[in-house]
Design a binder for this molecule. Structure first.
Ligand code: DX5
Ligand code: ZN
Length: 224
């Protein structure tokens, strides 16, 4: 099953709940929340208070993408605020195994993210600990960037590793997802597609989610 995860980074922060609910009316079942600290990535965004407010205003799970240094220090606060899925970057975790176990121990779904320059093989020893792997298809930090085509090969490699190891984590991509890139991504093996500017940067968010979902499902038929 394919899921579109709208990223609120490109929403209007003055009417976040309205934008999020518009995307939900189009079929979104998870909301992607980009957390940036100005150190791991050169940008700043939101923290647990925004997650807590959104939790009261929307009915779907929040997927917190932590693009921050020292994520262990903040994981409990994000889960307490209402994050149901947490992803941390392999590049930000000195003790990745410990961090993934920490997320699990707080009851959230465990995800690990990798930047475009990070080989998928660096996750070989933790794939059995995660529910999802998030392949960044742009360099993290900003919305509206161009999809990096070389990342498609990483998606294919991950799918092969999953079969070889008999695991069932899901493969998620983030960055540059649009009607132009969704087909190749799904055919390569992407199952959860994070989209920011393509959902919130143009027209009605609900219709944009629907269009992406349709394009992804057509590509899925081609893959099968
Ligand atoms: C970038 C963020 C993305 C961002 C994607 O660092 O992780 O989630 O919102 O934005 P688009 O879809 O515009 O590339
Ligand atoms: Zn993200």
């Amino acid at each position: 099953m394919i899921e579109i995860a709208p990223s609120i980074l490109s929403a209007n922060f003055a009417r976040l709940a309205d934008d999020a609910n518009a995307a939900i009316r189009g079929g979104a079942r998870v909301l992607h929340v980009d957390v940036m600290d100005g150190h791991f990535v050169p940008n700043l965004t939101v923290g647990p208070p925004v997650v807590a407010s959104l939790r009261k205003a929307v009915d779907i799970p929040q997927d917190c993408h932590l693009m921050i240094e020292n994520p262990d220090e903040y994981i409990p606060a994000f889960v307490d605020a209402g994050a149901s899925w947490i992803s941390v970057h392999q590049e930000a975790c000195r003790h990745l195994n410990r961090t993934l176990e920490l997320i699990r121990s707080h009851g959230a779904r465990v995800r690990v993210a990798i930047n475009p320059a990070t080989p998928v093989q660096t996750l070989g020893e933790v794939l059995d600990l995660v529910d999802h792997v998030l392949v960044m298809t742009v360099n993290p930090g900003f919305g509206g960037q161009r999809f990096i085509p070389g990342t498609l090969e990483k998606i294919r490699k991950l799918a092969t590793m999953r079969t070889a190891k008999g695991l069932n984590f899901r493969i998620e991509i983030d960055g540059g997802v649009s009607l132009e890139t969704v087909g190749a991504s799904v055919r390569a093996g992407a199952e959860i597609l994070v989209a920011g500017s393509h959902v919130f940067g143009r027209g009605d968010p609900g219709r944009n989610v629907e269009a992406l979902q349709r394009a992804a499902e057509e590509a899925l038929l081609q893959r099968a």
